[in-house]
Design a protein around this ligand. Sequence first.
Ligand code: ADP
Length: 399
Amino acid sequence: MTQQDAKFRPQSDGPLSHLGRLIAVSSGKGGVGKSTVAANLAVTLARQGLRIGLVDADLYGPSIPGMLGIPGDTPPVMSPDRKVIPAEAHGVKVISMGMLSGDDKPAILRGPMVTKYLQMFVTEVAWGQLDMLFLDLPPGTGDTQLTLAQAFPLTGAVVVSTPQDVSLRIARRGLRMMEQVNVPILGIVENMSGFTCPSCGEVTHIFRQGGGQKIAASLDVPFLGSIPLDPAIVDSGDGGTPLVVSAPDSLAAQAYAGIATALSGGADQPGGLAVPFDWHIARGEGKPSAANPTSQNPSDRPVSLDYDDAGLAIGWPDGTTQTASPRDLRLSCRCAACRDEATGKPLLEPAAVPLEVAATRIWSVGNYAIGVEFSDGHNSGIYTFEVLRGLESTEAEDV
Ligand code: ADP
């Protein structure tokens, strides 16, 4: 196994494991640059040598083929085993409704059909082995997006927003929606966050600055970076050559590269439990291996996890181990069913939680949280590392 294989180990051995990490790119509303972000991230990672696929799931207004220079009238080719062979551009394998319908007119599709087409795009396409498959979702936070988010075992979602208040408020709604269906938020990208002067390169903040960062902080999800407003992005998108290819040294291309690195957990990312894991405690599978604490480990990320009857033992980079009992973990669930979103008041009655409740599965959520499934069937809670750190420990000791 090469180092790259190890780093991009698929999350499960299921039928979609050859797709690597499934990452949705979403936005609360159209026109914020979601498809441009998806295309530039995909091409950046492909140019770094990763095997990348991109599904243009924005079925109503497919724009990916145009941005990557794929002719709209390319008829799909079928493989001998009756799978659609994806187009390839700038090193990225691409499938889009635009290619199947032969033009770029918005397809008139009803909600259930959208899910059916997408299912086909993911499962009936000859992707081969991938490290990551990006899904450029249709804009919005309605039923279609909810269904799509639930239809696939997503590794997580990237939410794109512009810095204006209204856009950020909608992005917040989208984040809540993803969390409710247990899709981890990999982070927020703020697009068009300042204007880069074409002659002097200086960045002017036309809209207010830092809104994306604030929302990310208030919702306790990572902020992945800001991309400046740059007219060259429009030209390169219209011309079919994404900016990261036409102007790789530009500020915007560097911003895309930074976000791509954050998503891929690149070599320069500090350690901790960054490698995705899906640990079925009941079956003894997928247990995360402990990382070596170094000065590189962020202080808020665990370096080891262990589980036994006493509970979840969390090792922190400062050498301390904290043990949270299974029942305490269950009672501190912050999902919408267990805690009032507005007031933070617990909704879960302690008497309703069996004394002998146990964790049956623990999995990584981005690089900021874990998900836990319990023996009472509850599995919608996401525990950020910050929340874990704040839990009362039944035992704390120096290692
Ligand atoms: P969405 O997928 O959210 O509907 P698109 O990616 O299609 O949005 O982008 C909408 C328009 O905005 C396109 O013309 C695109 O070239 C332009 N655009 C996207 N990001 C930027 C940016 N950072 N600076 C300038 N124009 C941008």
